[in-house]
Design a protein around this ligand. Sequence first.
Ligand SMILES: [Ca+2]
Length: 344
Amino acid sequence: MIFKEFINKYLNQYLEVVDATNKNQCFDLAIGYCVEVLELPTSIFSGLMYAYQIYTNPTTLEKEKFDIIANSPTGVPKVGDIVIFSNKYGSAGHVVVATGVGDTKTFQAFSQNDPTGSKCVLKTYNYDYVLGWLHFKNWTEINNSDNTMNENITRKSSFFDKVWQAFKGTGSNTDLVDEVTLVDFIDWLGSNINRASNYDKVCNYLEFTNSKTTSFEDIQRVIAGYKSRITDLTNQLNPLASEIKNKEEQVSRLKTQVTEIEKLNSELTKKLTEALNSLPGMQKVYEDRITVLQGQIDTLAKEKGESIATIQTLKTKVDDLIKNQTSVLTIKDLILLIIGKIKK
Ligand SMILES: [Ca+2]
């Protein structure tokens, strides 16, 4: 594969090739690059213990395949060159693969385990502690047409510069970015992506079809419309609320009246029930009284009947006496007798 593909394959990944007791070292990246891009055997740096020894103790095969170029004030590693740092850059030194981006002050390289534990990243270095670099003798034959990688990296770097300067200001130098500021930068980016995402959601919710062309004033207008509508509705609501209050008061009054009527009704029912309950007693009283009166009437009627019979008898006797003129009673005596009977 060409170098560009190698970078794409391992960017932000770990790369482990030799010596599993030391995983994901800068040495692993250098050998992986030699094997996968330069098509060299894994033994290319065989016998070397530390990264700096690639420069200080080159293997036979290494010397056969590479030009070994010393660092110099004017030297800039070309794309695909393997750059070696001394044991002052960490006790083992360091090894990276240059991308060809850079100048006499800094250069960009594909690097693993710097700082310790890091994955494969593109990183900009200065030349402090750089011993020199290996240039693959057959480079032009295998990667002759690969100018696109440089262009690609340059383009990405340019994008990064723009984004970084949006974060730090236009005067800031992206070559000086270190890991600490990069973490801040990633947080800042994350925060902005989050805000942008929320902005998209707001635009979508307010039914703007394109959040990119939606301005703050557009959103302001929509919300102002809603506010105005709320005011209108509130104004309509106030008289209704007042009317409801009046109705409630009316209902309350009616309820009081109903309660009073129910109370009255209840009392009347009670009295009526009492009256009904006492009725049989009253009837008895009247019946008894009627019985007594009837008795008196019967007695009177009987006496009257007897009186009539007596009168009749006396009349007959009077007639007989008148007829026979043998009566010892005077008329006056008879009349007094009759009146006395009737009075009884
Ligand atoms: Ca290893």
